[in-house]
Every structure is written in structure tokens, then in C-alpha cells.
Design a protein around this ligand. Sequence first.
Ligand code: 6A9
Length: 795
Amino acid sequence: VYAIDVHLNQGNIHLEPQNEGPMPLIKTGRNSLNNTLYWGTYKPHLYFGMKTRSKQPVNTGLVWSTPNVDNLFARYLYRTQQGRDGVVRYEWKRHDGKNFGEQELVDRPGNLLLTTSFVKKGHSSQPGGGDWTVRLSGRALNQSLTAPYFSMMYYIHDESITKTSQNSLKLDNLPPSSASGLEGDIHINGEHPEIGKYTLLFNDVSSSVNPDAKFLKNQPSLSKWHFYGKARFDDDNWDMVPNIFDETTKQHVSSYYGEWHEFAKTSRSVPPFVPTLPNTINDQSNLVVIQRVMKVPFEVEITFISHNSHDQDDQNNNNNNNQHQQLSSSQVSKVAKEITGDEFDKLFEKYDKSFLERFDVKFPLPKYYKEGYKGFSKMVLSNLLGGFGYWYGRTISVHPDQPNRSIRLAPHALYSASPSRPAFPRGFLWDEGFHQMVVSSWDIELTIETLAHWFNLVDENGWIPREQILGKEALSMVPPEFQVQSPRIANPPTLLMSINKLIDMVDTFKKSESPEKHKVEIDLISSFLEDAYPRIVRFYSFYWKTQPAHIENAFRWRGRKVNHTLASGLDDYPRANPPSVSEVHVDLSSWMAFASKSLAKISKFLGKDDSHYLKSYNDITKIIFDLHWDNENGVYQDILYHNEKNSTLTKTGGYLNYFPLFLGLEPAGSSRMQSYLNSLKDIKGVWGRHGIRSMSLRDPLYGTNENYWRGPIWININYLIASQLCKYSKEHPQTQDFAMIYFTLRHNLVENIYQVYKETGFLWEQYHGIEGNGERNHPFTGWTSLVLLLLTEQY
Ligand code: 6A9
């Protein structure tokens, strides 16, 4: 198999970089987005954290346990999972991608309903991203069970502090003897090259949330703050959190076991000992954790103040180089009041109001949907936006000439959405094109910022690694066999879909009553495309260079294995067996026809020559129509092309058959269309009650092997089918099948995804081909969020 792979991968690929002209980086951070987006929930795999978009970020995040209801204090929660830790539900109720968010988590064994909300302030105008406050509030899930204590640990880890740097994190007003903890407000001060001086502030909570007297009798220090500061510069330990617990807390916890045993001898109740941090801080600390044990109902606020955002005294000081701004501790407390308590509420309400108003404009639900759908829709958008991350690091790549060696590429930054917070919290190339279809309906600034980052990943050959595993933290979540990307392996060019959509938006703006109202958007899109064009062209040329088939104007995925074509995105969907260099893949050829049409559209939009791309479109589609059509089944197939007189179809029943349809290549009035549509609505074929399934029930391989793309319903593909049928139905109202299939398919998808959400609380990676139940990873708010565009019929 390996020999075949190597052979197949080599094919007739030439990877010497060709001199195709300069390819400057695309500008990121247009419209002050570097400020607006500086802080965010950019580690989607965490239950909650705030991090900066920097090479050496400031990270802050939550770790909690519920010691009095959880035996042995063993659960420290911070990393999203899929139920194994007892957090049976978690979702963003609101998240606008820029200003604020509110997330709800259900920790069932902890009997805790936890809400994590945040607001940002002053961020659009401030380099360094202004200020923010996080509010954590909790109550008992079930009032009749033991009310939980919430042992909150909130950390700050500043990666700009290195072994040689002078600065470190400092706790303000540290009394000489703090062994039993601290009282009042807590201030942690630091300094970061992009922010200047800053303070992370914990608001005093003692009046409301301390454990009760009985509890405090055993452990009086629980009514105080506990802390732990550490200098941790070991590059290999990217994940500070287990680190804290492994090295310190666990030792500390074990020191309780003696007392625990003593206690257990005399009492039958759960031992009321809570492990607390050791109240020590290192001079060189780049990591500080603050702990507080609170009884429900509690509310605690943690505020980040960027000193530069606040002019100390004064107007006459405005030529002051902001790097030197420093507030006194009482000034910090004062400005913190402007973003905590009632002021937090006011700010939250303001953002929430504009979120809701904007939502109704951007995603207007048809009237016949009941209230539940509205909440559902907002949840969908919020979780897509709450799944954005920011990564920095080097892709591990196969050495271009020595397939057995790997190299690390130059470091890159990526700002992107991600498919699934617990399972795939990183960027995936073809997923992102789908994500941005939804995001662009919400906020084109976010889409342009994301696309700018993705196209900046394009290398000399036009290659973008399919999976973006940037930085040690991301790498640690991927098994070694999946870590290495190959410069010969492609993935569908869906990013072009979202670019087409931006161009369509400009057309709509220009045709609207008052185009001048949209000047900012039109300019933004135009200048971005102007900038991105050389990289888009290079990206397109990559497929021509590296994925040609044995026949001109046709294509073959590289990197095939017997049962896998990961490049195609349809991983285990069956192909020719054994793999062969004679294959011509109908999905890739269809993507390339689509890409050619897209390049023509972009070129035309920018006033450049599009004829070359239009010709390619015609050449590629001609081959698809002539050689890939399976007359017996009325669908398209892969082929094995031996020579002009001899090519054979590789027959399967499933998604592969429909690429020319759902990429809009098949002319609506073609002689093939009727049999094509008949096959699509065959209830023993791919047509299921809950969506189009990836393989036909008639195919002997249905449901076999991994059954990943061999039966289940995938929402990205269903979105493509629905959107194309909708377009066809408008252009050809006389063909009733278009409208009928569109209408029914859309209904089936929306109802099922909604019902499964009601039942399980999640969007899922895929849905069962017959029963419709959610399957595999969840929450999966990547391309399954396309349900929002189905609901609002935006194609
Ligand atoms: C495995 C396992 C903790 C598979 O949504 C991302 C991709 C899609 O692009 C692709 O079409 N998913 C689909 O077939 C998930 C891919 C995950 C691969 C990495 C590492 C780590 O488990």
C-alpha cells in the first residue's frame, strides 16, 4: 500500500516553485479590527478563556471544581469534552464575535448551572484591545440536592514574559504574611509589549458567597482568596493548566488525605475539605492563579484593565507615548467600576440589544417559525462565532523531495472558525469555506479578516495545508499519524464560495436604492480582493500543478489510500479499488470547474481578463459531461481513463454522483436533468427523510467500514444541494421537481436538526442516514451551522 501511495503521490507533479510574480501578504486588521478583535474567546477547546490575538498572547481562563458534591475533589474542569466529565450541555446563548458573549454550562454531577459572560469596552479604538469583564455566576441545578460549592480557579498566563525579560506578574498589596489567603479586591499587574501596563482585577465577593459557618469551622481560610504564582518557561509545557494541578494542587490535595481519613472515621458526611492553592508566588512569575470557593448562588467578576485605555489625569497629556501609561491601584479600582456591577449590566444590555436587532436583519426567519426556532438560530450563530480561535505556529510538512522526512514550515498566524470545540478546535481548509458562508451573512469584517489569514497561508506553489495545527497546544490534541501535512495534498477550494458571496453582496449593494450607504462595505470587499488576488490565483494554480489526471482538463486527488481519500474531504467514500493513476475524480474536476468559474468572476470584478478562466470552465465541464455520465444510473461517476478509446466508470451510489449538480455545472435544461433528479429523490437511494445521505441504500458498500461518509447525512453537502436546487427552481419554475425537492429537502433538514437539538442540546457532526439521530462529534457548530442559512434561505 505504501508503495502505491508514493507512486500515486508522485504522479506527474512538479513542485519546483515557478516564478509567477510577487505574492505580498494580504493586509489583516482592516477597519481597526486588530483592536476590536484583540481579545476574544480564542481557545475554543476551553470551557471559558480570554486570549489576545498575539504571537505571545496573554491567556486567561477558568478552571473549576465542585468539591462538596464531587467525591475526592477529582474533577477539575477546563477543557471541553463530550459528556465524559459530566458537563452534559454547554453553549453560547449569545456571542457576536466582537463585543460580548454569554455561555451557559450544565455541570450535572456538580449540580451546577454556570453562566460565563463577558463584555469588552474601549476595544475598537484602543491598540491593546481596551478592557473587559468576565462574570461567572452559578446556581444549583436541582434545588433539592446538595447545593454545590464552586471552587473557582482563574489564571492569567502571559507568554511575553520570558526567562530574560525584566517584567513578571505581580500581586498588588501582598501582605507580609499571606499564608492563609488574601481579602478584599485582588490586583495582578503585568506588562505586555502590545498592551502596555495592565491589571487583572478580582472583585471582592466576600459579602455574598462565602461558604457557611459549619464549613468554615473546618477550614476558615475558605473565606479568602488563594493564589499561586509560578515562573514556567519550559516551552514543552504549553498547557499550563494540568501543569498547575499536577505539580502543585495535587500534592496539596494529597496533603489533605490524612485529615480526610481522620474526618471520615468520625463522620458519615462528605468531608468538607477543599484543596486550596498554596499562596506562594515566584518573583519571575508568568502564570498566576487565583482561587476562591463560593457557595451558590454566586456571582464573581474578573476585570482586565489596560492602563493605556485610560488617560490618568488629563487632556494636556495627549502627546504622551501610551506605552508609559500607568495607573495607580486606586485608579484601577475606579476605572474597573465602569465595567463591573450595574455598568456591566448596562453594557451587556446595550450589546445584546444591537445583537438582537442585527440578528433580525441579517437572519430574518420566515413568519411560520415558532419562537423556539429563533432561540435556536441565535444559539447556532453564537456557537459558530464562539468557536473562532487564534493560533500561531509552524505546520509540520512532508519534506518536498523526501517523503520519509518532515520539516517545520515558517510560522504563521491563523484567525479562523473551527468545526468542533471539543473534537477539532483548529482550522480546516474546506470547512472554513462553509463556515464563512454563515459568518459573512452576519459580519463581512469577520469573514474578510478570516479569509485574509487563510490566503496568507498560501505558499509559493499555492498550497494551503488542509489541517492547520499551529502551535504546541494545537499539536498536543492531534495524534502523531495525523500531524504531518503534505504539499502534494489538496482539499476542496470552498474558500472561493465565500469570495463569490462577497462579490454577490457588492452587486446587491450596488443595485440597492442607496448604494452610498454601503460604501464602507463595498470598499472593504474591493480592497481586500484587490490585495488577495495574486494569492487566490496562486491557490488556484496549485490544483493544476499538483492534481492533474492522465487526461487534460481533468483531475485526480493525490494522497489516496485503499479506503481513504482524505484530500477530497469525503474521507472513506469508496473510490477505485485498488487505487490507480488512471483515476479521474468527478468531485475534483467539478470543484475545478467551479473554481475556474469563480476565478473568472473575481477577475471580472477586479476589471481583469477572465477569458482564460472561462475557457477552462468550458474545457473541464465538457469532459465531465462527456466522460463521467453513467447512463444506466442517470448520475455522474468517477472514471478510470486508460486512453482515448478506453475509459470505464467506477460506479458508486452517493454524494459523488451529484457534484456537477450541486456545484451548479449541470445546465438546468439538459437532457440528463430528469433522470438525474429522479435518482436524487429515490427513497431507496440517497433520499432520506432527514436529508440526503452520503451513500445510497442500494450501494453494497452503504454503511460499511468506518461508515463515516458511507451513509450518514452531512450538512455541508446538503446545504450545497439545497442551495443549488433553490437556484435552479427560480431560474426554471416550469421544472416542478426543482422546487419540490428543494422545499422538501430544506424542510427535512431543518426539522431534524432542530428536533435533535431539542432532544440532545447539540448540533452534531453528522446525522444517521435513516433515523436522523445525531452522530459522532458534538457540539459540532462548524458547517452544521449552515442550518441557519437553510432556515433563512440564504444561498
Ligand atoms: C483527526 C483526531 C481528538 C473529517 O471537520 C473537519 C474534518 C473534515 O474536513 C472532513 O471532511 N473532519 C471530515 O471527513 C474531521 C477530521 C479530523 C481529523 C483529525 C485527529 C483527534 O481526535
